[in-house]
Design a protein around this ligand. Structure first.
Ligand SMILES: *[C@@H]1O[C@H](CO)[C@@H](O)[C@H](O)[C@H]1NC(C)=O
Length: 173
């Protein structure tokens, strides 16, 4: 019966070996497969856009799609669990981040107006209202604006819109 046991063990290990390679073969050929899976070579997952190598379990797992965050990390038997960002938060990329980012507000107090509203998968983008220029950040993704100063009659502009510090309208004599 010891021989029988050894034969059985050998058969099972061969079966595992074959099914493992069959699975990785079908994964590459058809692109249809289930996650998580152990990568064939090192830490390289089949789809680098939608999957990541999870070091804790040594498996390739699903990334969360834009607009969702990672709620539960994958294990060796179950894939990543994702959940939508709360209102007022966003994530623009495929990710395994446990937290979404807070949407910036384009506040009128800072001279800002919306170029793009925030959605769960897009960041809000703010620009300066007309007659103002950006003093914090880089237009068109500005965080704070200041009003232009105006030239006196008979004077003209020599320099405009340089770096925030230089962003003073120099007066030509
Ligand atoms: C990765 O998966 C996405 C979504 O299924 C697909 O659109 C994309 O073509 C895949 N990329 C590669 C390199 O297989």
């Amino acid at each position: 019966s010891l021989l029988l046991f050894r034969l059985l063990a050998l058969a099972i290990s061969h079966l595992l070996f074959i099914s493992y390679h069959f699975l990785s073969y079908t994964r590459k050929q058809t692109g249809v497969y289930t996650l998580p899976y152990r990568p064939d070579t090192g830490e390289l997952c089949t789809n680098g856009t939608t999957e990541y190598y999870c070091k804790n379990v040594h498996m390739c797992c699903s990334l969360c799609s834009p607009g969702t965050r990672r709620k539960v990390e994958c294990s060796s038997t179950s894939d990543t669990v994702c959940e939508p960002c709360h209102a007022g938060q966003y994530i623009a990329n495929f990710n395994y981040t446990p937290n979404c980012f807070r949407c910036p507000k384009c506040s009128e107090d800072k001279g800002l107006q919306y170029v793009q509203r925030c959605t769960s998968s897009t960041k809000a983008i703010c620009e300066c209202k007309s007659g103002m220029y950006c003093i914090l950040g880089k237009s068109p993704d500005c965080m704070e604006c200041a009003s232009y100063s105006y030239c006196k009659p008979g004077e003209g502009v020599s320099t405009k819109d340089l770096s925030p510090i230089e962003n003073i309208w120099h007066v030509m004599k």
